[in-house]
Design a protein around this ligand. Sequence first.
Ligand code: FAD
Length: 374
Amino acid sequence: MSAVAVSRLPGDHVGDPGPASVVAAVASIARKDIAPLAAEIDSGNVYPADLLRRLGDAGAWGSHRPNHGAADLRCAIQSIAALGEVCGATAFMAWCQNTLAWYVTNSGNAALTARFADGVSAGKILGGTGLSNPMKTLFGIEKFKLRGRKVDGGYVVRGALPWVSNLGPDHLFGTIFEIEDRPGEIVMFLADCSDPAVTLTPCQPFLAMDGTGTYGVQFRDLFVADDLILAAPAGPFVKKIRAGFILLQAGMAIGLIRDCIAIMHEVAGPLGHVNRYLQEQPINFQDLLTEVESETMQLARDPYNVDDDYWRCVVALRLRAGEASVAAAHAAMLHCGARGYLTSHRAQRRLREAYFVAIVTPATKQLRKMLAEA
Ligand SMILES: Cc1cc2nc3c(=O)[nH]c(=O)nc-3n(C[C@H](O)[C@H](O)[C@H](O)COP(=O)(O)OP(=O)(O)OC[C@H]3O[C@@H](n4cnc5c(N)ncnc54)[C@H](O)[C@@H]3O)c2cc1C
C-alpha cells in the first residue's frame, strides 16, 4: 500500500487522524481479506456482500457525508484506491456504495435522509446507482429508459436499465425517470430491489467485473412513494451531485495504477535488462499518478463548487484517469511478458479492469464530447 493510503491524507490537519485511520482500516481489509478473494470476485464466483458490510463498519461509506453544507471526498477516494490496489471489481462496488450514500445524504428529502443515511453509510444497506442512462441522456447521447406518471402519494414507473451494479434482492439504488408526456421533466428516486415490481436479471458474462452484483433491472409499474423521492425536479440535484459522482471514480484509477507500477517493479529483477528498452517505464507512471492523485485530492475538497472551470477540471481529470489506467495496465502487460499472459497472473486482470475505468459512464467518448461542448 502506498504511503498516502496509510498516513495523513494530503491536506489533513495535524492531530486529525480520522480520515487517515479509516483509509488504514480499509487498506488492512483490502490486503488481508479482499486480495485473496480477488480472482474469485473477478470470475464472478463471489459477490463479497459481507466484506462490503465490514468495510462499512470500518467507516468506508460514511466519510463523505455533508457537514454544514460542505463535503470532503478525499477519504472516500483514498479508501476506494486502497481497495483498487488489490481488486478493481471491489473498488467499483465501493464506488457504487459511496455513490448511493452520496445521493441519500445530499437529498433535500429530509425524511428519506433520516430513514436511510445511517444504514447506507454503515453498510447495513447495500446498493448503487443507475445513472448511466440519465447521465448519457442529459449530455445528448441517448434517451431516458424509465418513464413515470404522477399518482396519489407518489409515481408509477416503467422501463428497464441494462446494467446496474452492487445489487441483490434487498438492495437500493438511485436512478432517474422522465415524467410521461412532459419531456425533460425528471425525478430522481431510490429503487428498492425487494419490491415485487422490480426484476433483477443476471447479465451475460463480462470481460471483468463479474462479481459486482450487476443485473439488468426491469420496472413493471413500480409504485414509488413520495418518501423514496431523492429530488423532484432532479435537474438541480444532478448538478449538485455530479462532481462527486465523477471524482469518486478516480479512486478506481488511482488504485489500479498503483498496482500496475508495482507489477512493473516486481518483474524488474528478472526482466529489467530488456524491459529498460520499453518506451514506458514505472517512473513515467509514478509521475503521472502523482499528478492525477494530487489534482484529485485538490478537487475532492470542494465537490459543491459551481464554477464552470471547476466542472471542466473534473471532467478533464476523469478523462485523464481513464486513459492513464489503460496506459498503465498496457505497460504492465508489456513489462511482464509471458508471465502476465497467464490467466493466473494479475496483470491481465488489471488490463481488463482498466478498460472498465475507461468505459463506465461517463465513458472516454462521453467525456470527450462533454469537453468539446463545454
Ligand atoms: C460490468 C458493468 C457494470 C455496469 N454497472 C452500471 C451501474 O452500476 N450503473 C449504471 O447506471 N450503469 C452501469 N453500467 C453501464 C456503464 O456505465 C456504461 O453505460 C456502459 O458501459 C456503456 O456506456 P457507453 O457510454 O460506452 O455506451 P455505449 O456502449 O456506446 O451505448 C450504450 C447503449 O447501447 C445499447 N447497448 C449496447 N450493447 C448492449 C447490450 N449488450 N445489451 C443491451 N443494450 C446494449 C444500449 O441502448 C445502451 O444504453 C455498467 C456496465 C458494465 C459493463
